[in-house]
Ligand binder design. Sequence first.
Ligand SMILES: Nc1nc2c(ncn2[C@@H]2O[C@H](COP(=O)(O)OP(=O)(O)O)[C@@H](O)[C@H]2O)c(=O)[nH]1
Ligand SMILES: [Mg+2]
Length: 206
Amino acid sequence: MIYPLIVNFIQVRFSMEYESQSGFKVVLVGDSGVGKTSIAVKICNDEFDEYVNETIGSAQFTLELFVDDKKVLMNLWDTVGQEKYSSLVPIYSKGATVGIIVGSIESEESIAHMSNWSTLLDQTDDSMKRFFVINKTDKTSKLIQQITDIKAKYGSLYPKICFVSAKSGQGLRNLFQDVAQACVMSRKADIETLIPNKKTQEKCNC
Ligand SMILES: Nc1nc2c(ncn2[C@@H]2O[C@H](COP(=O)(O)OP(=O)(O)O)[C@@H](O)[C@H]2O)c(=O)[nH]1
Ligand SMILES: [Mg+2]
């Protein structure tokens, strides 16, 4: 008897929260200089600066996108990339729904390091959704060849690599639309675990 009431209550809360929630936390990590701040500024303010000030500590940006006609609010946390601060990543990323791990197409080293950043996110929450992003695609004249090479070399390590440019904005909208979708899916997954399993319920009633 109480089961439909619980489901109903959760569903009402669920749909209300899409309009008014405080936002999903999305963290940006990666080596210094790969363009984390530039990505956040471009997608949130549609601006690009050749001379970005180094991020001290962390900065936060707010981004609103729609998924299935529902507003999804995301708080992007832009963290410092220097190795010396990497021990702070598990603290910064606490409570994050999605981690965006950034490398630069200009720096093979930064791409190789993306797995280290992913390991750091594991220390916070190994079920956190990850997006592997290679930035600065505007800076190469051999983009197609580089994409093929990077996918061949890192494809098994980084499941789905997105190629973007914070300068031109190329690929960013699609990336963040996928991030918003992942946020919504994670909320649905959370709610599904709250709803009693029907089979278990039936068993209990026997
Ligand atoms: N050409 C180009 N330059 C970029 C791009 N993204 C960032 N940059 C430049 O790379 C430098 C470092 O960017 P920044 O956002 O500070 O990197 P962060 O240290 O990872 O936050 C800055 O001079 C940016 O203007 C991009 O997509 N294309
Ligand atoms: Mg920065």
